[in-house]
Design a protein around this ligand. Structure first.
Ligand SMILES: C[S@@+](CC[C@H](N)C(=O)[O-])C[C@H]1O[C@@H](n2cnc3c(N)ncnc32)[C@H](O)[C@@H]1O
Length: 264
């Protein structure tokens, strides 16, 4: 059995599509592949980011790599209308072996799940031409802060992150992107922080992001229940805590992810 925090069921596959649309306004303003022709995407999932990239950069041909055939099957279905511009590859990013070279690369929410992100980046680099651009967006879960204090949310979040670690991933991999890219031999590395800092000055936006967060948290629920790390009651209380935050007049909801750019 593949140990993967979010699982591969159809609800999760739909979540990835919704998430890509929801977060696109935060992720893509800093992504620039203009002038690039062949992009390698690692951990492409159901092709939700691939679709955004294909739309934004009409000259790109994309090779999408994922180690889950279930995700790739769904991606093929989701991207039928872009068939001529995509190649799908079922491989583990840590042992990538392609007979092709690329001038650009993209990774989003995938290194966090990979046991050796340095191996994945080293492998990736061998497939990139000199001067290639890479763009990575990754989690930095320790940055999460919410007010008022929410013990059930804190408890669930601790278990959620523990599960990620137990499965060989790193819920704070975003913090390491600079080191990882440097150690993998990339140059011109730059890091950006992005995310949200919401409060009652914009209650609609606060609610929108807290609702998104609930769905994200619940994407780990099946695995956490199966491992006996949380109960149904813990999940319900975590959701109640988040509802209380939404309604609190002094609510604060804060999270930062990391975006890295570099060159070969
Ligand atoms: C959270 S999803 C993100 C998918 C996509 N990048 C997006 O943002 O919608 C992470 C994806 O990485 C894939 N993945 C995890 N470990 C991998 C590995 N070692 N090699 C290739 N793919 C991997 C999973 O199968 C999953 O589809």
């Amino acid at each position: 059995m593949v140990k993967y925090l979010h699982g591969f069921n159809s609800q999760e596959q739909q979540r990835l599509k919704d998430q890509a649309g929801f977060l696109a306004p935060l992720i893509y303003p800093t992504v620039d592949f203009s002038g690039c022709k062949k992009l390698l995407e690692i951990g492409s999932g159901v092709g939700a980011q691939t679709r955004v990239l294909l739309g934004l950069f009409p000259h790109l041909q994309i090779t999408s790599v994922d180690f889950s055939s279930a995700q790739l099957d769904k991606a093929k279905e989701n991207l039928k209308d872009f068939e001529s511009r995509i190649t799908f590859v079922n491989q583990d990013a840590e042992r990538l072996l392609l007979h092709d070279k690329f001038d650009s690369a993209f990774i989003c929410w995938a290194l966090e799940h990979i046991t050796s992100p340095i191996a994945a980046l080293q492998q990736l680099r061998t497939h990139l031409l000199p001067g290639s651009k890479i763009h990575i967006t990754e989690v930095f879960n320790s940055t999460f802060y919410c007010y008022p204090k929410s013990p059930a949310m804190d408890y669930y979040y601790q278990k959620y992150n523990e599960q990620q670690l137990r499965f060989g991933g790193n819920p704070d991999v975003g913090s390491q992107l600079g080191n990882l890219l440097f150690q993998a031999g990339f140059s011109k590395i730059s890091l950006l922080h992005n995310g949200f800092h919401l409060d009652q000055s914009n209650p609609a936006e606060l609610k929108r992001f807290i609702d998104f967060w609930k769905i994200l948290m619940k994407s780990g629920a099946d695995g956490l229940l199966e491992a006996g790390m949380v109960t149904q009651e813990d999940i319900a209380q975590m959701e109640n805590d988040l509802d209380r935050v939404t309604a609190d007049e002094n609510a604060v909801f804060f999270y930062q992810f990391v975006q890295a750019k570099a060159t070969v």
